[in-house]
Ligand binder design. Structure first.
Ligand code: SAM
Length: 244
């Protein structure tokens, strides 16, 4: 019998998860940016700004943005690496990637773009100075494999940054649950006519490993000096680890 995994709160065959996730992102792609602003009340911009700050990107660096979607991080990095550096925008989903590529072009960035699965990255070993994955890891079927792949393509001394929803400070949990399971699907229905996708997003956040568990996963994947930074009382955490 096939191994099971979770798709939100539902148990599904492992081979089905990627297809179900693809369905969600194909469905949300056209409203993704506006919904991000609405759902997080603009906070995702601050979380990404902190990630960009901590990444300390230098001119000439080679950067891989995994699950890069509509390219918020890729564009910020492209500005910083300058003409001698390179930022790869990648995502498994064509609809999300097409929006990301178009946004990059609209802002005058002509970097490389690739449609690929984080669990099988089409890049050589020891290649990138920085690999990032923002709000992508929780959608991946085999997070351990994806983290190992991200480490593989980092050069020795390179860093991996994982920005993801995490475990909120306990006293805030009831209010956060109300917001996630009542308001989010309602907003999704009103604005994007798609309550189900936004229900999945809320459920997938609850199923994602908490701060310490993700740190352990990163260490198990061979990353070292792994640290994390909570934001918004743990609604989101930024993990950083190095390939040494
Ligand atoms: N990084 C962008 C951001 O922060 O706005 C997009 C995040 S979006 C919530 C999650 C993205 O993960 C989607 O674009 C989805 O297609 C992508 N994704 C899901 N599973 C993936 C996989 N196995 N490999 C690569 N990308 C994946």
């Amino acid at each position: 019998m096939e191994n099971k995994t979770h798709f939100g709160f539902e148990q599904v065959d492992e081979s089905q998860k990627a297809k179900r996730v693809a369905g969600v992102f194909t469905s949300v792609a056209s409203n993704y940016d506006i919904m991000n602003d609405l759902m997080s009340m603009g906070l995702h911009r601050l979380w990404k700004a902190f990630t960009i700050e901590l990444a300390q990107v230098r001119p000439g660096e080679r950067i891989l943005d995994v699950a890069g979607g509509t390219a918020d991080l890729s564009m910020a990095f492209a500005k910083r690496v300058g003409p001698t550096g390179q930022v790869w925008l990648t995502d498994i989903n064509h609809a999300m990637l097409a929006r990301g590529r178009d946004r990059m072009l609209d802002h005058g960035f002509f970097g490389p773009v690739a449609q690929c699965d984080a669990e099988k990255l089409p890049f050589p070993d020891n290649h990138f100075d920085l690999v990032t994955v923002a709000f992508g890891l929780r959608n991946m079927t085999h997070k351990d494999l994806a983290l190992k792949e991200m480490r593989r393509v980092l050069r020795p001394g390179g860093r991996l940054m994982v920005l993801e929803f995490s475990k909120v400070w306990q006293p805030l949990a009831p209010a956060y649950d109300f917001y996630s399971f009542k308001i989010l699907p309602w907003l999704g229905q009103k604005v994007a006519r798609d309550a189900d996708s936004y229900r999945y997003l809320a459920e997938s956040i609850r199923m994602h490993p908490d701060q310490e568990t993700l740190r352990n996963l990163m260490q198990d994947a061979g990353l070292e000096r792994v640290q994390y930074f909570n934001m918004a009382a743990g609604v989101v955490a930024l993990h950083r680890g190095y390939k040494l």
